[in-house]
Design a protein around this ligand. Structure first.
Ligand SMILES: Cc1ncc(COP(=O)(O)O)c(C=O)c1O
Length: 398
């Protein structure tokens, strides 16, 4: 048997592979440079152009570009009218921002459990957590796989809830033939460098609803409007005049970020295709490894995978997740864990959340690990990752 690098053997590769990374080419650099050499580096035409491109790509009616996925979620909660005393249902297996957006508005995040096979929020658990204070559901498309959109839509309609889709992972995914972006009341994207397209940082909120759109525009730029029809009666002083009519933030995207994103979006089909190719190889290689469980796909989702998550099958493996993670790292394949159940974090504990709230999520969390997945991976990188995973699995096989 091959000896693990961590036990004094040779690593599978000499240079580190990371779980995710951007792919910037010369066109991207030229697009950014062009803006930087021009007059407007923020609030210029590129942001509008990017918003239009996002609508064309997803089929959504409106898009508002912002400076992060987190601000996208915050704006969505503001537009949904979420406030003090309200409850917002979300999943614990997500980045903290999916729940924090409720806290920003003075509301309480309520955690529904996940489906232990596909790891997305379980619609039955959403139903079980609805109270007369529930105002919205923030459903996350974990790893890029769409949540059960139709069922969640139905639950929201039946209970008068706003459906916010946290699609930070899922640009490029379709659900029953429709692109993510036009499915929920509001859809939030993130353009952090590990995501499918990047602006360095960045985000966007998409909606088909004209009223929500107006609120999103206000929320992301100080609640300020130049639109006379929205003003409250102060005398119109001329072209320069504006009014602040609600409480908003400066969540604007710069023009050079938008230029980078327009250029990235023009290559999204090739990014998605390469991600799918790698996922297919991983699925085939790992399906027969008894030490692993692979994430189940739902047939409705044609998934552009942002993360590839392996789950250790503790019936067949003798190591801890920590030992597996450290062994992979010693093989120079740097994994990551997505995610610690949000309510386990000290901040949430101090708010009164207790372990045990979502037993299925907690059980899944114990065994999961994201392995490298990004379009710029070479075939050799993919082979090395498969080799390292199988090497560690066979070393620790029960
Ligand atoms: C599921 C999820 N939601 C929200 C966010 C927040 O996005 P950002 O990092 O762009 O603020 C992330 C980012 O990692 C995420 O993974």
């Amino acid at each position: 048997m091959e000896k693990l690098a961590i036990k004094g053997g040779f690593p599978v590769r000499t240079s580190k592979l990371y779980y995710g990374r951007q792919w910037i080419n010369e066109d991207d650099i030229a697009a950014v440079e062009d803006v930087l050499r021009g007059d407007l580096i923020t609030c210029g035409p590129k942001v509008d152009e990017f918003e239009t491109a996002l609508c064309d790509y997803t089929g959504a009616k409106h898009a508002v570009a912002v400076n992060s996925g987190t601000s996208a979620l915050h704006c969505a909660c503001i537009a949904a009218g979420i406030g003090e005393g309200d409850e917002v249902i979300t999943t614990p297996i997500t980045f903290a921002a999916s729940a924090n957006c409720a806290l920003y508005c003075g509301a309480k995040p309520v955690f529904a459990d996940i489906d232990p096979e596909n790891y997305n929020i379980d619609p039955d658990s959403i139903r079980a957590h609805i109270t007369d204070k529930t105002r919205a559901v923030v459903a996350v498309d974990y790893t890029g796989q769409a949540a059960k959109i139709d069922e969640i839509r139905k639950i929201c309609d039946e209970n008068g809830l706003v459906f916010i889709e946290d699609a930070a992972h899922s640009i490029g995914t379709s659900y029953n033939g429709r692109k993510v972006g036009s499915l929920a009341d509001m859809t939030c994207f993130s353009f952090h460098p590990v995501k499918t397209i990047t602006g360095g940082e960045g985000g966007a909120i998409l909606t088909n609803d004209d009223e929500l759109y107006k609120k999103l525009v206000l929320a992301h730029t100080h609640g300020i409007t130049h639109d006379e029809s929205m003003m409250e009666g102060a005398p119109h002083e001329g072209m320069w005049y504006y009014e602040m009519i609600s409480l908003g933030y400066n969540y604007r995207m710069t023009d050079f970020q938008a230029a980078l994103l327009i250029s990235q979006l023009s290559r999204i089909d090739s990014f998605v295709a390469r991600r799918k190719e790698i996922v297919k190889i991983y699925d085939e290689e790992f399906a027969k490894v008894p030490q692993l469980i692979v994430q189940k796909e739902i047939p409705e989702s044609d998934t552009s995978r942002h993360l590839y998550v392996i789950r250790l099958n503790f019936d067949n493996i003798s190591c801890t997740r920590r030992e597996f993670f450290d062994a992979m790292s010693a093989e120079n394949v740097q994994c990551q864990i997505h995610y610690v159940p949000v309510y386990w974090f000290p901040y949430y504990e101090h708010l009164g959340y207790k372990k045990g709230l979502c037993p299925k999520a907690e059980e899944v969390y114990k065994g999961i690990m994201s392995i490298p997945l990004y379009p710029k991976m070479t075939d050799r990188d993919v082979e090395d990752t498969v080799h390292a995973v199988k090497k560690v699995c066979s070393y620790y096989a029960k």
